[in-house]
Design a protein around this ligand. Structure first.
Ligand SMILES: [Fe+2]
Length: 262
């Protein structure tokens, strides 16, 4: 099932179509032209104009402004750590592989897609020395690293339209069997989006070339996801993720756009 998500009611003023470049700073200076347009637009209207017209103008401007927030956060992620940024793009694409085959509303798809991209935004609060250190981390470093979902939630929660994104970011390291963090939620009490991100995140970690582990093929990564289905991951989602062409096609696109072999 292919799906086109529009901006209606989401606060995002651009069509979102399963690609990976919406939040990419590579498209140019982050939001510069939009920002200029925002500043140059007058939000006032003539005294006799209907209030609704003014409200529409303000709301449209707010939407543009919200896109600025997204672009700005995306740029912060990119400048903090390029590998982390590429990982975020791949996790977004991999999450879309699942979102394409789930029967969700447009709002749900957009919310989960945003959370997939920003799942590790909290790592901008963690020193690159730790982020780039080959495993194993010390106990203290690992405890610090485990705070990134809470840091991410704190960064995003100040932006009201991200309200529904925040819990997905906060819970993306929970495990189906309750052994994850930060809250030890289990089963379906873990938000669906967070369960989706956990699978996409793990798949990318396994198929990326990281110092501390051998890079796996997509088939080997799926075998590992199956092995951990029902303990670490939602077994139904693992089956959907690894079955059919959706993952294969999505993965091909991911590999082309953001090669993991660095
Ligand atoms: Fe994470």
């Amino acid at each position: 099932m292919s799906m086109r998500v529009t901006n209606e009611g989401t606060g995002v003023d651009a069509p979102f179509e399963g690609g990976v470049s919406l939040l990419s700073p590579l498209a140019g200076p982050p939001g510069l032209h939009r920002d200029a347009a925002f500043r140059s637009k007058r939000l006032t209207t003539s005294p006799g104009a209907p209030a609704m017209r003014f409200e529409r103008k303000v709301r449209r401007a707010l939407n543009q402004h919200f896109l600025e927030v997204l672009t700005s956060l995306s740029a912060r992620l990119h400048s903090k750590n390029e590998q982390l940024y590429d990982h975020s793009q791949r996790v977004l694409s991999l999450a879309l592989c699942l979102l394409r085959v789930l029967d969700l509303s447009e709002e749900e798809v957009l919310t989960i897609a945003l959370a997939a991209f920003f799942h590790d935004i909290g790592k901008i609060g963690i020193d690159n020395v730790i982020l780039e250190k080959p495993l194993p981390l010390t106990y203290a470093e690992y405890e610090l690293m485990k705070k990134h979902p809470a840091y991410g939630a704190r960064i995003l929660c100040i932006h009201r339209p991200m309200n529904k994104v925040v819990p997905l970011v906060y819970h993306h390291h929970e495990r189906w069997d309750g052994g994850g963090y930060p809250d030890g939620l289990e089963g379906e009490s873990i938000p669906l989006g967070a369960r989706i991100i956990a699978i996409a995140d793990a798949f990318d970690a396994m198929t990326s070339n990281r110092d501390y582990q051998a890079q796996r093929t997509s088939i080997q990564a799926c075998e590992e996801l199956y092995r951990c289905a029902g303990t670490q991951f939602d077994a139904r989602l693992v089956k959907l993720f690894c079955a059919g062409n959706s993952m294969t096609e999505g993965w091909t696109q991911v590999e082309q756009s953001y090669p993991a072999g660095h």
